[in-house]
Design a protein around this ligand. Structure first.
Ligand code: AVJ
Length: 329
């Protein structure tokens, strides 16, 4: 980040949201990553590529589906235990919302914690504009900053963005996109930045397959559209020629790894071409597009402690479908 951006952040005023695209995506590097994934023995694409402009809207629609319990269950936990959660977190100068998207959950926490500054982070700063305008309307005195940043590898947030004691918020069980082995260093990085503050994190819990699988394979086909839309994004990024109708959405629960997997399965034998390469897919062959790990409360608590957090508190819903942890120390 250059000098003038640092000064802009330091001078952040109240009343007008400030927007910063910290990490201008290295398109060459992401194209290389995509080509490698498509050419691998088991073809795979990282889930962050699900979130182009349409993908982000489709994900928003997913959160309203009757089968997709995580978003509303997490909101219910936050409502039911609001006072206890606020007391555990204590007073904060900054609320840092990781993967803030529409900022709907951030708004709930702002009302609960009364920070001076709200820092919303998402892979593209464009996705934050509408949500942050709403936040600023409802809280005119709040310092509002939107940061466009791909933090799927590591959270390299400019330290200038965060002032005072900070609560980091990672909602919706997005931590489930990391393998447990990768989640530990990521969480350790958040802990290092949070220092005297801490992390409020939502985690989806292991439950019956009859509840898990429909949440990722809904009757309306919105999740199928969300998954298939990845192909349109790949066509644009790579100059590829994926035909959406040649592919089928597959969601399954892999019990051995305790994760939902999303795949795209070729309906017929076909060859996909892209700038500088191609790959043949046999009928039934799959492209792996997402993992969504499901935890037990004890297992996730152990993961937080492996990441270095000394103290954890946990709240859950009556069905024990979802958990919210406050990790600090
Ligand atoms: C945004 C990663 C939390 O894993 O439940 C929803 C993404 N994928 N439906 C999840 C998702 C398909 C979601 N996270």
């Amino acid at each position: 980040m250059n000098h003038s951006v640092r000064e802009t952040i330091l001078a952040a005023a109240t009343g007008v949201p400030l927007f910063v695209q910290v990490y201008n995506e290295d398109h060459q590097a992401s194209r290389e990553e995509l080509r490698r994934g498509l050419s691998a023995r088991v073809p795979h694409i990282a889930p962050k590529f699900l979130y182009d402009a349409l993908g982000s809207r489709l994900f928003d629609a997913i959160t309203e589906l009757p089968e997709y319990y995580p978003t509303r269950t997490e909101a219910g936990i936050l409502d039911a235990h609001a006072q206890a959660i606020a007391a555990a977190i204590g007073s904060v100068g900054s609320l840092v919302d990781l993967g803030a998207a529409s900022c709907a959950k951030g708004l709930r926490l702002i009302s609960l914690l009364h920070p001076q500054r709200y820092v919303a982070v998402d892979i593209s700063v464009e996705f934050l504009r509408a949500g942050l305008a709403q936040v600023q309307r409802e809280h005119p005195q709040l310092q509002v900053t939107g940061v466009g940043l791909d933090f799927s590898a590591a959270l390299n947030l400019p330290p200038e963005c965060v002032q005072g004691r900070a609560a980091y918020f990672y909602a919706g069980s997005s931590i489930g996109n990391f393998t447990p082995a990768d989640a530990v260093p990521f969480l350790a990085g958040v802990r290092a930045q949070a220092r005297a503050g801490g992390l409020l994190i939502g985690v989806d819990l292991v439950k019956a397959e009859e509840l898990l699988v429909p949440a990722y394979d809904d009757a309306l086909g919105v999740t199928a559209a969300f998954n298939l839309n990845l192909l349109l994004h790949l066509n644009r990024l790579l100059g590829a020629d994926f035909a959406v109708r040649d592919w089928r959405h597959v969601a399954l629960f892999n019990r051995e790894h305790s994760r939902i997997e999303m795949h795209l399965e070729a309906r017929r034998t076909l060859t996909v071409h892209w700038d500088g390469g191609e790959r043949k897919f046999a009928q039934g062959e799959r492209l792996h597009t997402e993992n969504s790990y499901k935890y037990s409360i004890d297992r996730f608590d152990a993961l937080l402690r492996d990441a270095g957090f000394a103290s954890t508190k946990c709240w859950t819903d009556p069905n024990r479908w979802f958990a919210l942890f406050w990790a600090s120390g």
